[in-house]
Design a protein around this ligand. Structure first.
Ligand SMILES: NC(=O)c1ccc[n+]([C@@H]2O[C@H](COP(=O)([O-])OP(=O)(O)OC[C@H]3O[C@@H](n4cnc5c(N)ncnc54)[C@H](O)[C@@H]3O)[C@@H](O)[C@H]2O)c1
Length: 464
């Protein structure tokens, strides 16, 4: 066996391999702390000085990740060292993991990856394992990463090793941690794949080895595009429900009793760093192949339309229900992150909604989200509760009970609240289900399942 394979494999097995992580964002910080907790010496690098300062002070800037808040103070400067000097990563690390962004806003870009690779080739990478985790176009590892690293004059797969392992973490999801999410791994040759698999075995319960980096790149995109398309279909159903006086949640509830129906949720839009750009990464992977990728783009178009449709609901309430000018109406925006219990504001629907309201003359907009601490100017809870209309865009657990005594209008962009004359959801219709005073009495109709029963069983965010 190639002695370089033996050497890096042994270091990983004995946990003496030093791990350098380039990019300490949502994914990179998670990965770094996970390896540090398993006894590896981890060296984290990020170009953002504020992040490095924060970490040095033991402060977690991803508050929804309780695991990081708990473990960071224990590992920082003991088994986890941080720096802005990215050029040192490949001098220090036996393993170098790259987890940099692959989009600017919604637009895919490989700029950060190129920068990271340029830093890596400043040092001798003989015998090292370089793993890319960022979500990328199909073929990136072979066509961009390997040629960039071979500029050193060394041969990939022989003198050094290259793996690709897409990330699936879901920050803020308390049920699914990095450890219990199966991790897809791959390598540019069998040796690279095996070393990469051995590396990740240390921090996840299950490693799923696939035959090529192209396959692994495709899998990640496939997962996110499937989700985007399914959500778009549900959003389309919601729009149809509004026209047809049907309640989408009742329809989903009943349809879910069929074994192969998947209950995606309609909402005010899709945000985050991934779901807006990954469909484009997948589509661009097949540029010039003559494929009709209309389905992917149509889904994007529907999901991108949802914030505008949501804002329009609020504007309609101004004219039809409140009778105030838009410029005089107070709009509370509850939730600024792109999803429940997250602090991540990237591409969050709330900001598109705010833009649309402003374009239509709104002058009193009060954004509020206690989970978001990235310097965005926010209103107070009292401003929210004094608003004429609240637009709920993320149903954080911490909002529970907040709206109990609010009696203004709510546009529920999360479909969490029960619709009423004053609560307008996405594709929701307030349907009175009393069948001529016959109540749904278990003793009389024990086997009848209704959405009404489900509603009573699981109130989420209450609204008085
Ligand atoms: N956030 C998620 O939940 C998630 C989940 C799965 C996959 N991903 C993918 O993982 C990748 C990273 O996403 P993220 O959410 O962690 O991004 P992020 O923006 O939170 O973190 C990336 C970090 O990389 C840093 N960076 C940029 N260029 C650098 C360089 N040259 N050297 C060192 N640091 C650099 C940035 O300052 C930032 O802190 C993306 O491709 C994303 O699509 C993200």
């Amino acid at each position: 066996m190639n002695s370089r394979v033996t050497s890096i494999s042994e270091k990983i097995r004995e946990r003496t391999a030093k791990i350098a992580v380039i990019g300490l964002g949502y994914v990179g910080l998670n990965i770094s702390i996970s390896f540090a907790c398993e006894g590896f010496q981890v060296y984290g690098f990020d170009v953002d000085e504020r992040k490095i300062d924060s970490l040095r002070n033991g402060i977690n800037y991803i508050p929804e990740e309780g695991f990081i808040s708990e473990m960071l103070p224990r590992v920082i400067s003991k088994s986890f060292f941080v720096s802005t000097n990215v050029d040192e990563a490949s001098a220090i690390g036996d393993v170098i993991i790259i987890i940099v962004p692959t989009a600017n806003g919604n637009t895919p870009t490989m700029e950060y990856l190129h920068n990271a690779l340029n830093s890596i080739i400043k040092n001798d990478i003989t015998g090292k394992l370089i793993v890319l985790e960022s979500t990328v176009k199909v073929g990136t590892t072979e066509e961009i990463v390997v040629p960039a690293l071979e500029k050193t004059g060394l041969f990939a797969g022989k003198d050094f090793f290259v793996g690709y392992s897409p990330e699936r973490i879901d920050p803020g999801n308390k049920e699914r941690s990095l450890r219990n999410i199966p991790k897809v791994v791959s390598g540019i040759n069998p040796e690279s794949a095996e070393i990469t698999a051995k590396l990740y075995e240390n921090i996840v319960n299950e490693v799923v080895l696939v035959s090529s980096t192209r396959t692994a790149e495709f899998i990640k995109l496939m997962e996110n595009v499937q989700r985007d398309v399914n959500i778009a279909l549900m959003n389309l159903f919601a729009i149809m429900c509004e026209k047809a006086n049907i309640d989408i949640e009742e329809a989903i509830f009943a349809a879910s009793t069929k074994w192969n129906f998947h209950p995606y949720k309609a909402s005010c839009g899709v945000g985050g760093h991934c779901l807006k750009k990954d469909p484009l990464l997948l589509a661009h992977s097949f540029d010039g192949e003559g494929l009709d990728l209309g389905l992917i783009y149509a889904a994007r178009k529907i999901n991108d339309l949802m914030p505008t449709l949501t804002a329009e609901k609020a504007l309609l309430i101004c004219s039809d229900k409140i009778g105030k000018n838009v410029s005089e109406t107070k709009f509370g925006i509850l939730g600024l992150s792109y999803k429940k219990n997250s602090s991540d504001t990237r591409n969050a629907p709330a900001f598109y909604i705010i833009d649309h309201l402003k374009k239509n003359g709104a002058q009193h907009i009060y954004p509020y989200d206690p989970l978001v601490k990235n310097g965005i100017i926010q209103a107070k809870v009292s401003d929210i509760l004094n608003s004429d209309i609240i637009i709920l865009t993320a149903a954080h657990d911490c909002f529970s009970g907040l709206l109990d005594n609010y009696d203004g209008y709510i546009v529920d962009g999360t479909n969490t609240l029960e619709p009423s004359d004053k609560v307008i959801g996405i594709g929701r219709n307030h349907i009175d289900m009393k069948f001529k005073d016959k109540s749904f009495d278990d003793s009389v109709l024990p086997k009848i399942l209704t959405y009404q029963k489900k509603k009573l069983a699981s109130p989420k965010i209450n609204h008085g």
